[in-house]
Design a protein. Structure first.
Length: 279
């Protein structure tokens, strides 16, 4: 399928799925098309997926059929609300969405572009670099030779995934703690393919806190779209610590209302080697 048409079809599916209807105005506003071109796009989509939409004369819009609802609910990409917001908010004409959608912002760690440039260059060109780094255990900047291969954002701050020559292991470094000029140490000898934890996928399985009663558990299970009382989240083993923090299960709370979800016992056992030492 042509890239341009694929983008339009994805927009149609997001709008229909989340708003429950679509007409040519949605499409003309989004893609700056004429009404005729927008109607043609809808017609082409219905030819591409004939069982997904049906016209509702009273609403003057196309509505989802049960076939579409089943398809939508089974698609991981479509049922992500953030994807819908991203695709809709890209359109300057959808300014009404800005009046109803808000995000709680938190102070991000200060990152200087000068700090980032040598690291990005090292990642792109597969280089080892000698650069200053400060940590809680070493409050003074010390030179570190690292071989970076990726950047990671945990929701609040950026990290650099790199092989550390000092520790002779792959580690995560906080990006905002680098300082000083980077010295090129030649080609990297450890690449992403050598990072076992990075290349290992694990299933993080959560369930409602067992201290809840049956009715309370059902509420939590609905919140997290659990199936048979569990939610499986597949992630890189290197991301486990960050994921636990995002889920707020990196520590055990005093009450089930505070805790809400926990790792299943089997999951905890399976991923124990990737859990924080104090977990």
């Amino acid at each position: 399928m042509h890239k341009e048409m694929n983008e339009r079809y994805r927009f149609i599916e997001q709008v229909v799925g989340w708003e429950g209807e679509i007409n040519s105005t949605h499409i003309s506003d989004k893609f700056s098309l004429t009404r005729q071109a927008s109607s043609t796009t809808l017609k082409q989509y219905r030819e591409y997926a004939p069982r997904y939409l049906q016209y509702n004369a009273s609403n003057k819009a196309y509505m989802p059929t049960q076939k579409f609802i089943d398809y939508f609910s089974e698609s991981e990409y479509l049922c992500q609300f953030s994807n819908y917001l991203n695709i809709v908010l890209e359109s300057e004409n959808e300014i009404n969405m800005l009046d109803i959608c808000y995000e709680v912002s938190a102070p991000l760690r200060n990152i200087n572009p000068v700090q980032v440039r040598p690291i990005l260059k090292a990642i792109r060109n597969k280089l080892a670099i000698d650069i200053g780094y400060i940590s809680l255990s070493s409050p003074n900047y010390l030179d570190r030779i690292i071989q970076p291969h990726a950047l990671i954002f945990d929701g609040l701050r950026w990290h650099v995934r790199a092989y550390c020559n000092k520790n002779q292991a792959f580690r995560d470094f906080t990006l905002s703690r680098f300082n000083g000029e980077a010295i090129n140490e030649g080609k990297a000898t450890y690449l992403s393919k050598d990072d076992h934890v990075w290349n290992t996928n694990v299933d993080v399985v959560i369930e409602a806190d067992p201290r809840f009663n049956k009715e309370q558990k059902e509420i939590i299970e609905q919140d997290f779209q659990m199936k048979e009382g569990k939610k499986v989240i597949t992630t890189r083993a290197a991301f486990v610590n960050y994921l636990l923090r995002r889920l707020r299960i990196d520590s055990y709370k005093n009450t089930p209302e505070q805790q809400q979800i926990v790792l299943t016992q089997e999951c905890r056992k399976n991923i124990s080697q990737y859990l924080p030492h104090d977990f």
